[in-house]
Design a protein around this ligand. Sequence first.
Ligand SMILES: *[C@@H]1O[C@H](CO)[C@@H](O)[C@H](O)[C@H]1NC(C)=O
Ligand SMILES: *[C@@H]1O[C@H](CO)[C@@H](O)[C@H](O)[C@H]1NC(C)=O
Ligand SMILES: *[C@@H]1O[C@H](CO)[C@@H](O)[C@H](O)[C@H]1NC(C)=O
Ligand SMILES: *[C@@H]1O[C@H](CO)[C@@H](O)[C@H](O)[C@H]1NC(C)=O
Ligand SMILES: *[C@@H]1O[C@H](CO)[C@@H](O)[C@H](O)[C@H]1NC(C)=O
Length: 627
Amino acid sequence: MSTYLLSILAVYSSTVSAWGSSQHHPPHSWDSTQLSSSCSTLPTTTALMSTTPATCSAMPTFTYTSWKYTALTTTRYATPLPSPFKLTTSYAPHFSQASTLLPSGVIYTTYSLDRSLTSLQDGTYGQGAYARMWAPLSYNTSVPFTTTVSPTPLASSELIYPPPLYTACPGSADDCVDCYKLPSNFIWGLAGSAFQIEGGLTEAGRGPSQIDMFGALPNTAGYANAEVADMNYYLYKQDIARLAAIGAPFYSFSISWTRIVPFGTVNSPINIEALKHYDDLINTCLEYGIQPIVTLSHNDAPRNVTYVDPSFPDAFLYYSKFVMTRYADRVSNWVTLNEPNIGFGLEYFAARYILLGHAKVYHWYKETLKGTGQITMKFANNLALPLDSTNPNDTVAALRYQDYILGLIGYPIFLGQNFPQSILSTTSINLTALTESELSYIKDTADYFAFDPYTAGFATSPPGGIEACAADPTNPLWPTCVLGTNVQQDGWLNGQGSFAYAYIAPQYVRQQLGFVWNVLRPKGVLIAEFGFNPYDEFTRTVVAQRYDLERTLYYQWFLRETLKSIYEDGVNVIGTLAWSFLDNDEFVSYDQQYGLQHVNRTDGKFTRSFKRSIFDFVDFFHEFVER
Ligand SMILES: *[C@@H]1O[C@H](CO)[C@@H](O)[C@H](O)[C@H]1NC(C)=O
Ligand SMILES: *[C@@H]1O[C@H](CO)[C@@H](O)[C@H](O)[C@H]1NC(C)=O
Ligand SMILES: *[C@@H]1O[C@H](CO)[C@@H](O)[C@H](O)[C@H]1NC(C)=O
Ligand SMILES: *[C@@H]1O[C@H](CO)[C@@H](O)[C@H](O)[C@H]1NC(C)=O
Ligand SMILES: *[C@@H]1O[C@H](CO)[C@@H](O)[C@H](O)[C@H]1NC(C)=O
């Protein structure tokens, strides 16, 4: 999830349901031989979808017995990860060899913000220049501490499982997934991003990034700022210890670009404090048994080098080289950019710079560094479905939405095809087709497809039709020219609402995965984020917040549909990462809570506590991942 405003994330979707059949299990007699034989082999059979309750017993008989209480609670504890994580392979040469690939003549230094400095007398990249970059940005909050906190072992009382979930009796209609297994190398764990959790924006030599402007003074919009956030920059060791104690094997985080390259630009200085910080973060993960998944930039391009800047591709490569030469020996999975496929406004030409920046890093990692890990980009995509599946205009609208959000960046990378014609032919759109040489450079620069499918919604065409809108830049719906809604044609919402745009709507998960799998044809699909923020969760007491049943149901249902997608639809889902590992700065607010952990933002210690959903999430994988 990004911190971008909700409007950017508007989703559209439909009732059309090739998968609808999975929701209704026709009566069938139970056939256990069929079940076990189907379960022993991989996918494609639909036999398992249509099993119904095994036996329906006869009417009850009513009897009296003597009364006594039954003890219902047995204490069960989370299983910590084995540690350390032993790397069986090095994913790239160690820094001692890789360092020769770095540009020479680069200044390694750090900065300390002194707002009284206003001149450039100590040079283009001196402390004065650093202070000048920060001059326009200041906040009404300041960090409560500035040193790394040593981790403390978790009290066993923190690791007690919540009351068991009600489970359907074996043999019930949905029981068809119970014999499915996920491979032992399935990627599962939790995710977060630097800006949303770290705090200390102006600490340890970090430079300003494009999203730091949210919440900066005078802040007439009332946005939250990230100057404090969750203080993860200083509490990361404890955060990692907590994830290890709960037993989550993967942690997906992002590195702050402007911590490493405070000025952002090619040949500008490298901040040694930041290099040390992330080195220790990665080593701490491994020490605790956790495998890191690293995103190079999660919506935090330098203020001076955003996606619309022609210097973006080279600046991004410059930054990435310093990160990858240092850490790539220990990192199996890299993500270049988070959700760069949304938020263009009118600046569609930025798609070219995004693609070239991504491709440069991919090629450098594979061909120059000779990295053997996996590398991809992470897409936003809440599937659009036609509102009226019998109206071809709605199908055109849904596909047009998918073109804008998925095809624009996805076709060149995964299919080697140009930007979708529906976009290029939109009147006055500021985007020109990629050249053949650009396309061949961009094609196949992702080892698998990664995306953040939170929910789905319905699309319909605007009054007057899509074509008229696409030809009229003054139309308020131009250039996408699609209307979205989460209300079905029959008047029902498509799912339980949240505190933002997402709905608990597991009925679309298989279509969502099926769309990207069948249209983009990647080798695998990583669900890099998915999550739910219950309505007004932040207003509840902590003990009530921790009992987050809606979030649990969201995850359990989403994951069960994902199992069906793998087994019944033949989609190679390689992993799922929950968003977010703790409550954070979401949509410029601390009230929009996606966390599977609560953070106390007023006790001075930013105390984290596990919500029930994190136990249930981990439990799902204990049940389904093969050991
Ligand atoms: C800072 O500004 C935000 C947004 O206006 C406000 O909600 C918050 O209470 C302020 N915080 C402090 C510590 O003044
Ligand atoms: C932004 O980049 C340009 C071009 O590299 C440079 O001239 C300018 O000084 C930079 N500005 C800041 C604030 O870093
Ligand atoms: C179109 O994109 C170019 C960059 O390719 C930019 O310089 C120009 O200002 C844009 N034009 C409009 C009308 O936005
Ligand atoms: C589809 O859109 C066109 C253009 O607005 C319109 O003429 C036509 O009636 C629409 N079809 C349906 C089935 O609504
Ligand atoms: C935070 O912790 C303080 C001190 O323990 C407690 O009084 C308060 O209720 C907690 N609030 C939240 C929202 O966690």
